[in-house]
Write a protein that binds this ligand. Structure first.
Ligand SMILES: Cc1ncc(COP(=O)(O)O)c(C=O)c1O
Length: 398
């Protein structure tokens, strides 16, 4: 009934949790939603004002498919300020979120017979897009014991003559892990030697909690500029997930290819959104810092609270807004065989939505998003603990 490619692609498990939590909520159920992959903050006012102004001045027509020059230049200027790297507007394309930037890259760079290396636990869209492009994802596992650090050597060991690309996501969803600058340098150098593309998904680039240097952009620009694609968005940094604005930064020839795909699929990102994104990138950045500080507080609190039951173990994540605890020791007491069963029972009995590790290629773990208020987080963690204790007692007395 459907094309062959549909047998290769799986629906997004993260969106599934949100949908189920939403269904329960619409029935009036009090769900603590720790599944959300988006900021709970509103978009800052000056960004919304720019959008209103765009409407009022009738900036409501098609724009160039790759985005208005003002926004492409704003992206360059932001990266110059943040990373000390000069890009030209022709090296950028404005996309419908980081997702479309990554998708353009997958379709333009990878095809049947190619292998594309990435690390797990992963954000599921990464391997699915590689498969949609006809290529084969090659998965390198990272490990909970060292906070899921993305190490260079295992990634390099996975290179074969068919390797066409390496996708790095740092800070990583779902683990909050970072790749070190040393590891990024080693991967960039090896990829440069072999002509392998590097796609860096830095969507959470503004959500870094420690002072550790993390200038992946400069490393790629200096060591592997002719085959690197940097993908990001206003989504997480500026609380703009619904606006759908992202970008890819890549060699001008690659941008032309991405634009050919985009020009025949979605065309330009909403003109109003583009004006809002200009305000986000060029306007005051103190809102970003405020949100970062709040996320840091939440991260620290949730991490401590969760450990009140030592069967949940987790290194403190260093970026993004997720905790990715190991729940293997809590499964048996909770009467669950898998983290998927655990998450399902948690939602149906304790009304807490989390995302099971299976969807991220990490059974035995689950993802907590701390992009929600501190009160809801406290309530959520309490419910998780009570859920395990209640089931444990129930099993003991059965
Ligand atoms: C790692 C990662 N990359 C990209 C995206 C896509 O972001 P956007 O909403 O800008 O398309 C997400 C969204 O959750 C993500 O977690």
């Amino acid at each position: 009934m459907f094309s062959g490619r549909m047998s290769r692609v799986a629906p997004s498990p993260t969106l599934r949790v949100t949908a189920e939590a939403d269904r329960l909520r619409r029935q009036g159920v009090d769900v603590v939603d720790l599944g959300a992959g988006e900021p709970d903050f509103p978009t800052p006012d000056h960004i919304k004002d720019a959008a209103r102004h765009a409407i009022d001045t009738n900036f409501t027509k098609y724009t160039p498919s790759a985005g208005v020059m003002e926004l492409r230049e704003a992206i360059c200027s932001r990266y110059r300020q943040d990373y000390g790297v000069d890009f030209r507007a022709e090296e950028t394309i404005v996309t419908a979120g980081a997702k479309q930037a990554l998708y353009n890259a997958a379709l333009a760079l990878f095809e049947e017979g190619d292998e594309v290396i990435t690390h797990a636990p992963y954000w599921p869209t990464i391997p699915e897009q590689v498969k949609l492009a006809g290529a084969t994802p090659v998965i390198v596992q990272t490990h909970g014991e060292d906070g899921f650090a993305i190490q260079a050597q295992p990634m390099l060991d996975a290179i074969t003559p068919r390797t066409r690309g390496i996708v790095i996501n740092s800070p990583c969803n779902p683990t909050g892990a970072l790749i070190s600058e040393e590891a990024m340098t080693a991967i960039a150098d090896a990829a440069a030697k072999r002509g392998i593309w590097i796609v860096a998904d830095v969507t959470y680039e503004k959500l870094l909690y420690d002072a550790t240097p993390h200038n992946l952009v400069r490393i790629l620009a200096e060591r592997h500029r002719d085959r690197s694609v940097i993908c990001s968005a206003t989504s997480k940094a500026y609380a703009m997930t619904g606006w759908r604005c992202g970008w890819a930064i890549a060699p001008a020839k690659a941008i032309t290819a991405f634009n050919a795909i985009q020009g025949h699929s979605t065309s330009n990102v909403c003109s109003i959104t583009q004006k809002a994104a200009v305000a986000a990138l060029t306007g005051p950045q103190d809102g970003v810092t405020m949100m970062l500080n709040e996320y840091r507080t939440r991260r620290d609190r949730v991490w401590e609270w969760l450990r009140e039951d030592q069967r949940f173990t987790c290194e403190k994540p260093r970026g993004a807004f997720y905790l990715f605890p190991n729940c293997v020791d809590a499964l048996e007491p909770a009467g669950a065989r898998t983290s998927s069963e655990f998450a399902e029972a948690l939602l149906s009995e304790a009304r807490v939505a989390v995302t099971a590790g299976e969807g991220f290629d990490a059974p035995g773990f689950f993802r907590i998003s701390y992009a929600t208020s501190i009160d809801r987080l406290r309530e959520g963690v309490t419910r998780i603990h009570e859920f395990v204790h209640r089931r444990e007692r129930g099993r003991a007395s059965a």
